[in-house]
Ligand binder design. Structure first.
Ligand code: FAD
Length: 485
């Protein structure tokens, strides 16, 4: 935070709240909420600050609960753990693993807070285990009047607190259903895109953990299947993965950033000529985990190695991801393939050409979870915000229109190029959520200045701040510290 401005971890959102408060205890948090409510001020909570849109933006009081990050209780026999809501996913993994417990599934990153991850329905890829919100057994929260309330598994309002966008209450504790420690082996397969699209849903239903990367420039897809294994030792492939990213010095990482940035520029200058070559570079960067055997969370989090500097100013990545009905996935992917091919014919090439597909089953009882009321496929595209970004905007907008036409819901924590609110119609639970919000927070203390309007007027990086980009080559950034959990 500088000059009263708050910047998100992704560095694409900057705003100035009236005040930033960092309570050190639940009692302090209660006092802050009470005082804000009495003064008629709005309150927003911030966790890790990793969301790429306005989801925690406020002109009122911003509460950072990072200090509430303890472990409350772990019951290894029941596989149940309660932690304070500001604890990060990474720190939770470590505490749980020490008790022989793992998350049943994880996304690809670990520095988000548990409360923030749950608020936006953060997910990994499994048709068996769902999103992080789906393993919440209960929460404790400070309500709009400053009172402390516990929502147990049988509380009819617990579903509202799963995927709540920070708009109901301030979460202080979260209880999760975990699973005994398990190890995974990664098996991969490269297929022509049409064949992969045809059977990906069948595979996702048949295996515990499946995700897919589609490379439009090569017109093929890389299917990654993670299977449980009895092995209890990391193999050479796992060690090689780790060393590939941890051995090189910071200087080497920075040089790589400059190289990637330059390659991406070259590709945009002569896309027709370099398309296959660049596509192969992208494939080499991501398709390198065949045969890895490791602890489950390390396999889930291998992106901590692959994308250590995702938020670097040289190549800030705008990740646009939509949740769609799994029954519409094959049609959507075929339409997306045609659309991107049509765009290429017109000389428009996406500057970070990969499409990520992940899965989750229908959430049991949430209202506005991304996977509420339908088995879900998440489809994400990636755009380099600093590489001829203006040229990317029409492609990304077209892609998003296609997602929405297929009933897609934009990820609450990610980026969007559209101001369009048509996606709201895809949430059957939206009015029930609004009614619950009005009941649980009648004065709208947590309602947010923008309500649910977190995708409007997002900064576009149309003119990258060149001097800052140059300076950033010599800066150490947060994600440079790759952690070995
Ligand atoms: C590198 C990277 C990788 C990612 N990978 C994935 C992925 O694999 N899968 C996926 O689904 N998403 C992914 N995301 C998105 C990310 O998980 C979400 O944006 C998540 O919400 C960020 O958590 P946070 O703690 O930073 O929350 P913030 O961005 O700080 O806040 C998110 C929301 O939570 C609310 N909130 C925070 N704390 C509290 C609290 N104590 N009480 C009430 N409300 C609260 C905020 O008000 C806000 O509405 C990724 C993001 C990044 C940066």
């Amino acid at each position: 935070m500088t000059d009263g401005f708050v910047e998100n971890a992704w560095r694409n959102i900057r705003f100035r709240p009236a005040e930033v408060v960092r309570p050190q205890s639940v009692e302090e948090l209660q006092a802050v909420v009470r005082a804000a409510a009495a003064a008629g001020r709005k309150v927003r909570l911030v966790g890790g600050g990793h969301s790429m849109n306005h989801v925690y933006r406020t002109d009122g009081v911003l509460i950072d609960i990072a200090a509430l990050n303890g472990v409350v209780a772990i019951d290894p026999a029941a596989g149940v753990a309660t932690i304070e809501a500001g604890r990060t996913i990474g720190d939770s993994i470590e505490a749980f693993a020490a008790a022989g417990l793992h998350f049943p599934t994880l996304g690809s990153w670990y520095t988000q807070s548990l409360a923030g991850a749950i608020a936006t329905s953060t997910h990994g890829s499994s048709m068996t285990h769902g999103s992080l919100s789906d393993i919440v057994l209960g929460v404790e929260a400070v309500m709009a009047d400053g009172s402390l309330r516990t929502f147990g598994a049988d509380d009819p309002d617990l579903p509202v607190l799963r995927s709540h966008l920070g708009q109901i209450a301030a979460l202080t504790k979260i209880t999760l259903q975990l699973t005994p420690e398990f190890w995974l082996r990664c098996d991969t397969e490269t297929l022509p895109a049409p064949a992969a699209f045809k059977n990906i849903v069948k595979r996702a239903r048949a295996h515990e953990y499946v995700n897919m990367l589609f490379l439009p420039d090569l017109d093929d897809a890389y299917v990654r299947m993670l299977e449980r294994t009895d092995a209890r030792e990391r193999n050479a492939a796992a060690v090689a993965q780790e060393e590939k990213f941890t051995k090189p010095s910071t200087l080497r990482h920075r040089i790589e950033d400059v190289v990637v940035f330059t390659l991406a520029h070259l590709y945009q200058l002569a896309p027709r000529l370099l398309s296959k070559w660049y596509g192969r570079k992208v494939r080499a960067a991501f398709f390198d985990d065949q045969g890895v055997v490791d602890k489950s969370y390390r396999v889930f989090l291998y992106d901590q190695y692959r994308e250590p500097t995702e938020n670097h100013r040289l190549r800030t990545i705008m990740n646009v991801e939509y949740a769609i009905d799994i029954d519409r996935l094959e049609d959507l992917l075929a339409a997306l393939r045609s659309l991107l091919s049509e765009q290429r014919k017109q000389g428009r090439y996406i500057n970070y050409p990969r499409v990520h597909v992940r899965f989750a089953p229908k959430a049991p009882d949430t209202l506005i979870a991304l996977n509420a009321d339908r088995d879900t496929a998440y489809v994400g595209i990636y755009v380099l915000g600093s590489v001829r970004h203006k040229k990317q905007i029409p492609i990304a907008e077209e892609v998003e229109r296609l997602f929405i036409a297929h009933g897609g819901r934009p990820h609450w924590g990610k980026y969007s190029y559209l101001d369009d609110e048509a996606y709201r119609a895809t949430y059957a639970g939206l009015s029930a959520f609004a009614a619950a919000r009005a009941r649980l927070d009648p004065t709208g203390v947590f309602g947010g200045d923008r309500g649910m309007d977190m995708f409007r007027d997002l900064p576009r990086f149309e003119r990258p701040p060149r001097r800052q980009m140059l300076r950033s080559v010599f800066e150490k950034d947060e994600y440079q510290d790759i952690r070995l959990l």
